[in-house]
Design a protein around this ligand. Structure first.
Ligand code: KG4
Ligand code: ZN
Length: 335
């Protein structure tokens, strides 16, 4: 038979993940989340590398075992080449190389940002080409024109912080643990988004800037805390709702502009922040109002995972796009 079985590894940041895909169908998605970073208020690169080193083999073993496919049946091994933390990427790349060498199978490098978008092809409904994807994560905020599985163009992006970073850094100012994004989301549900006004930064063209809101929140809290030391705890839900409102507004202003400029009504979101319920709700309403076809991935495929790496690898396998043994990880890597 010509079945295509691929083992895929993701280790670009703080999730160690492995997945097996058979003929384009993802069989599993094993993710080990690293909790060591919580007490530091952010990902500590050295600790992330060490945790990958510990978790990778058990995670791969579980993925292979639960797939029902033996190691010897694998057609290729795929890994995240970048962008990401150098030490974390190195663990995945080294493992994939050794595995490919031992099993005498091809290596497939995957771009992490490309893969976040290709997560839309894991399950139905799949977007039609061309579509516009807003990719929002802890490291990136990009508007991408997706012309084909492996043909993508960045049409706008953040000039400073990523939106996930803005969620996490403002959450930290509120005294919330890392990663604060999901907690802002949770508390925002009970809050009034109009309670406080935070600035909506408008950058030229389809670009973003998320560093201003962090400073605005910092000064606002400093002034309020002088008057009332309990200001944060008394207003936590309203603060979260107001911050989330400003961030979602900024994301959607440029998404609307991109749709208009390119005349494309197939719209998707991807990346960790696409798990945000405020973004999902507002975008769902907007899409209905504008007549867009909107695609939102399952939560499991929003945050970092190897299933999306496997999906990207499948498309690359079909095109015969393999990597050589001297491939190196890239901390920065263009889509
Ligand atoms: O894609 P991802 O898992 O990792 C990167 O490649 O960065 O994204 C992680 C980011 C973090 O900043 C996290 O706070 C944010 O996604 N995030 C959220 C939510 N879930 C994850 N931000 C807001 N609301 C959420 N529900
Ligand atoms: Zn990611």
């Amino acid at each position: 038979t010509n079945d295509i079985f691929i083992l895929a590894i993701e280790s670009s940041c703080d999730e160690t993940s492995a997945a097996v895909i058979a003929d384009g169908k993802v069989l599993n998605n094993i993710v080990a989340t690293q909790s060591v970073h919580e007490k530091y208020g952010g990902v500590v690169p050295e600790l992330a590398s060490r945790a990958h080193q510990e978790n990778l083999i058990p995670v791969v073993q579980e993925a292979i075992l639960s797939s029902g496919i033996s190691k010897d049946q694998l057609s290729a091994v795929a890994f995240t080449r970048g962008p990401g933390l150098m030490g974390s990427l190195l663990v995945g790349v080294s493992f994939a190389k050794a595995f490919a060498f031992a099993k005498k199978i091809p290596l497939i490098e995957v771009n992490h940002m490309n893969a976040h978008i290709l997560a839309h092809f894991i399950e139905e409904p799949k977007p039609n080409f061309p579509f516009i994807c807003l990719t929002v994560s802890g490291g990136h905020t990009q508007l991408v024109l997706v012309k084909d599985h492996l043909d993508m163009e960045v049409i706008g992006e953040t000039q400073d912080d990523a939106v996930g970073e803005a969620f996490d850094k403002t959450a930290k100012l509120l005294g919330l643990p890392y990663p604060g994004g999901p907690l802002i989301d949770k508390y925002a549900k009970e809050g009034n988004s109009k309670a406080f006004q935070f600035p909506i930064t408008r950058m030229p063209e389809l670009n973003y800037s998320f560093s201003g809101i962090k400073t605005a929140v910092l000064y606002f809290l400093r002034d309020q805390l002088k008057e009332n030391p309990k200001f944060i705890e008394e207003n936590l839900a309203d603060l979260c709702a107001s911050i989330q409102y400003a961030l979602v507004e900024m994301l959607l202003i440029k998404l609307k502009a991109a749709v208009k400029q390119y005349g494309v009504k197939e719209v998707a979101i991807a990346g960790g922040v696409s798990a945000n319920s405020g973004l999902r709700e507002t975008l769902t309403k907007l899409a209905a109002q504008k007549g867009w076809n909107l695609y939102i991935p399952k939560f499991e495929y929003c945050t970092d995972n190897a299933a999306m790496i496997a999906m990207a690898a499948h498309f690359k396998y079909l095109k015969g796009e393999f990597s050589s043994m001297d491939v190196t990880p890239l901390a920065k890597m263009k889509i």
